[in-house]
Structure formats: structure tokens, C-alpha cells
Design a binder for this molecule. Structure first.
Ligand code: 5MM
Length: 336
């Protein structure tokens, strides 16, 4: 199976829908391990049922589609049913959201590289994508993880190669790939180190995407903002936006329709301020929006605390954060 030229317009239409003005993507695809740790941190027992209940709370928030275009799910949630019997992908479509699926299987150290990571999950991926497509997936996600202290040319190339193989397979199956090379903002590094690492990661990814023949019109890029480390003095949002735009302008081809940023552990207000500053710049060829996880859901999880009596309040917190982020994505790019 190869991506035929006739499927590219359909992929491009979905990518544009995912990153359209005034809406973004809700990342609710924490792995079982991460989700369980986040539930336990709020004093909630972590099991299949509580993970399902929490994701049902998110997905059944009223008017979510006012500010959200799609929701990323993990394999466990994708196969679960809401209490009314619908599967999560069915319920997402009913709510006006495109269902997406995280398909990487996590990271492992690259041998001999002092801690740099490689993301795994390519074995059998074609078969899994066919199954997800049959069950309604519109898009997929694969995340590569870099640390400014350990990124090397080799780790950037290896992860870029994996991202490109994943993206090509997604497109063969009519699924839009979200390509996520995340440079972590944990640490006390400065803005320049984040810029250097992000430039290296993005340049490698787009080299590999080009070599693999991936249709850039039919993908969504999910990068980090270029910021100082969370343990270093913060930079103003205008500085972050300028640094981010400089790196993206030097690495991301104009053919990419949309860029949906991750929040990276930044507080909701800061992540939205970075996005609003970027949105305000006219010198960009791509639509910019959000694909936040923690910046959208942390308040809701804390408010819910595993108690059904708090569901409405938790959904209100989620809706407010989604609206806040959506308000930061109101402008079109200069050219597309
Ligand atoms: C929601 O978390 C996603 C999956 O994480 P793990 O596989 O580590 O459990 C993660 O990829 C997320 O989509 C991105 O990091 C964006 O989330 P943030 O919270 O950084 O906006």
C-alpha cells in the first residue's frame, strides 16, 4: 500500500480541520503508566475503570467542540466504552470531535549515547493503523522526546527517521500523522539551548520526512515552544514567541498546514500567552494552534478528584481552559 495522490487532498482537509482557527486538539492520550501516576497524585485509585471514568468526564463536557477539533486517545481508551455503551471514537464523532490515537509505545535509551532516547512502536504498526482506521481514527500521534543535555545529531536523526516511517505509514492508511518532536523544558537551561536543540530536532525530522516522501500537506506538526527551562528565570511571552518563530521559520516548510503546540508543563496562562503572541505574528505560513495536555486537563483532574459529585465543576474547568487556549488562535496565517 502506498499513499496515492488522490488521498492527499483528503489528508490535507483533515489536517486543516484539526488546526483550524479558534480550535485546537485535546491531548488525553497519557499512557497507562502516566495516567495512573496522575490519578494517584490526586488521591484517586488508578485502575481501568477510573482511567475510563476520567476520560468520559473529559469527552462528555458540553460544547467542547466550540474550542476543540480533535481528541487524542491512547489504545486503552480507544477500545473502551462510555457508560452509555458508545465507544470513545464513536462518542468523539458524536460530540463533533475527530478521534485520534497515540501509536508509539514509549521510549528506550539509545545505546552508547549517554541518555538520549529513541521512541519505539514501528513493528506491526501497519496492522494496528488498519485496525484503528476501521474503528474511526482520523489521525494518529507519535512523540519523540529530547533533552537539551543529551540530544545529538544521531539521536535527532534516529528519531526523525522513526517519525518519518510512522508518518508515511499513517498516510498510507488514510490517517493524518501528528508529528511530535518534543524538546523537554525540564531543567535550568536558557532560551538559547532550547532554540539549539529544537532547531536540531526539527531540521532532522523534516529531512527525514522529505526522504520518506511524506506529503507535508497531510500532517500536523506538534512541537514545543522555545522557552528557558522550567527551573530557569522565565522569559516574556513576546521573547518566547520570537524565539519559537525564528526556529520554526528556519526548519518547517510552508507546505505544512498547521502547527499545534504542546504545553510542556508550562502553566495554562503561560502556554496560552505564548500561543497568543505567536498567533499575532503575521509572518508565518502555517496556522498555529494548541494540542495541550496538562495545560487543559490538570485543573479538571484536580477538581474531580475521583468524586462524581464534582464532575460538573471539573468539566467547567476543562471548558474554561479550552476556551482560553482557543481565544489565542483566532488569526489566519499570512499565506497558505
Ligand atoms: C497526554 O500525554 C501524552 C502522552 O504521554 P506519555 O506517553 O508519556 O504518557 C503526551 O505525548 C502529550 O500529548 C504531550 O506531551 C503534550 O502534553 P503537554 O502536557 O506537554 O501539553
Amino acid at each position: 500500500m502506498t499513499t496515492s495522490t488522490s488521498t492527499v487532498p483528503a489528508l490535507a482537509a483533515t489536517a486543516e480541520q484539526m488546526t483550524c482557527r479558534g480550535r485546537g486538539i485535546l491531548a488525553a492520550d497519557e499512557s497507562i503508566k502516566t495516567m495512573s501516576a496522575r490519578l494517584q497524585a490526586e488521591g484517586i485509585a488508578a485502575n481501568e475503570t477510573t482511567r475510563r471514568d476520567y476520560r468520559e468526564l473529559l469527552l462528555t463536557t458540553e460544547r467542547l467542540s466550540d474550542s476543540i477539533s480533535g481528541i487524542i486517545l491512547c489504545d486503552e481508551t480507544f477500545g473502551q466504552r462510555l457508560s452509555d455503551g458508545r465507544t470513545f471514537p464513536e462518542a468523539a464523532r458524536d460530540a463533533g470531535l475527530l478521534p485520534g490515537i497515540k501509536v508509539d509505545t514509549g521510549t528506550t535509551p539509545l545505546p552508547g549515547l549517554g541518555g538520549a532516547l529513541i521512541t519505539e512502536g514501528l513493528d506491526g504498526l501497519g496492522t494496528r493503523l488498519a485496525s484503528y482506521a476501521a474503528r474511526g481514527a482520523a489521525f494518529a500521534k507519535w512523540r519523540a522526546v529530547f533533552d537539551v543535555r543529551t540530544i545529538t545529531t544521531h539521536s535527532a536523526r534516529a528519531n526523525g527517521h522513526a517519525l518519518a516511517r510512522y508518518a508515511a505509514l499513517c498516510q498510507e492508511h488514510g490517517i493524518v500523522p501528528i508529528v511530535e518532536p518534543e524538546v523537554l523544558c525540564n531543567g535550568d537551561h536558557g532560551l538559547a539551548e532550547s532554540a539549539r536543540a529544537t532547531h536540531l530536532a526539527l531540521a532532522s525530522v523534516f529531512d527525514e520526512l522529505e526522504l520518506s516522501g511524506v506529503a507535508l500537506r497531510g500532517l500536523v506538526l506538534k512541537p514545543n515552544f522555545v522557552t528557558p527551562g522550567l527551573g530557569a528565570p522565565a522569559a516574556p511571552a513576546s521573547t518566547v514567541a520570537a524565539a519559537t518563530l525564528e526556529v520554526l521559520s528556519g526548519t518547517v516548510p510552508p507546505a505544512v498546514p498547521g502547527i499545534a503546540f504542546l504545553s510542556g508543563g508550562h502553566p495554562t496562562a503561560d502556554a496560552c500567552a505564548f500561543l497568543a503572541e505567536l498567533d499575532a505574528t503575521t509572518e508565518r505560513p502555517w496556522q498555529v494552534t494548541f494540542s495541550f495536555g496538562r495545560a487543559l486537563v490538570s485543573d479538571a483532574l484536580r477538581t474531580w478528584a475521583g468524586d462524581a459529585a464534582h464532575t460538573a465543576a471539573a468539566q467547567g474547568a476543562l471548558r474554561a481552559n479550552c476556551r482560553h487556549a482557543a481565544e489565542a488562535t483566532s488569526r489566519p496565517p499570512a499565506t497558505l
